[in-house]
Design a protein around this ligand. Structure first.
Ligand SMILES: [Zn+2]
Length: 82
């Protein structure tokens, strides 16, 4: 395992909470407070065709075609397509 668990302080109830961070295969953090139930986690997803091209436009990149979009491999372990 490349991850690391640690104790943190819950921002809500200020009790100890369980935290976990990993940097592989991408930066990923989670935390869980067993006192008040506060949770946080890294959300992952793949942009759908329209959103991806909107984002590309924001960064000054050319839009990709639907055919190109469909050819891109997306590992479902990393996130679902929105
Ligand atoms: Zn808490």
């Amino acid at each position: 395992m490349s991850g690391c668990s640690s104790d943190g302080e819950c921002p809500n109830c200020h009790k100890d909470m369980y935290c976990y961070t990993d940097y592989k295969p991408f930066d990923n953090v989670t935390g869980e407070c067993l006192n008040c139930g506060f949770n946080y986690f890294t959300d992952t997803y793949f942009d759908d065709f329209g959103n991806l091209n909107e984002r590309r436009k924001d960064f000054g990149l050319k839009p990709i075609t639907k055919k190109q979009y469909n050819k891109i491999k997306r590992n479902s372990a990393f996130g679902k397509c929105k």
